[in-house]
Design a protein around this ligand. Structure first.
Ligand code: HEC
Length: 113
């Protein structure tokens, strides 16, 4: 009887830890802005394609979250992102096309200077 109790306590703790971790992970990714049709009407989105921006967000989440948690686009200016991406693109092993889309996403939602 005592054994079963401690075992279920063990699983309960394990479950709690995993749900908290899952929550943290999803809350980080979901606070990243998702490109919306109404954004595209603003000047700075002029000439950008929403599909490419959405690709940029997806690529950012998949290629840049392996080593550290994701930074929000607004944490840097567009020139700040340029400097960072010069260092990070080789680490993330992105193709030129992937790099362009990630850059487009991060700079258009950046803390523009
Ligand atoms: C192979 C591991 C790795 C990958 C993949 C990676 N990074 Fe990093 N990143 C690091 C390390 C290590 C640091 C901290 C040291 C440094 O600045 O080099 C860092 C730091 C950063 C910082 C903070 C810079 C600062 O000045 O405070 C940002 C922003 C960042 N990475 C963005 C990205 C983006 C965007 C991508 C995808 C293109 C990416 N990272 C992919 C390892 C990685």
């Amino acid at each position: 009887m005592k054994k079963t109790n401690s075992l279920s306590f063990y699983y309960l703790t394990l479950f709690a830890v995993f749900s908290i971790m899952a929550q943290i992970l999803t809350s980080c990714a979901s606070s990243l802005p998702s490109p919306r049709e109404e954004d595209m009407k603003q000047d700075r989105f002029n000439k950008l394609a929403i599909d490419e921006l959405r690709d940029g967000r997806t690529l950012y989440v998949s290629k840049c979250s392996g080593c550290h948690s994701l930074y929000l686009p607004t944490q840097y200016s567009s020139s700040g992102w340029d400097t960072i991406l010069t260092a990070m693109n080789p680490k993330a092993k992105v193709t030129e096309d992937e790099a362009l889309r990630i850059r487009m996403y991060l700079t258009v939602y950046s803390n523009n200077d």
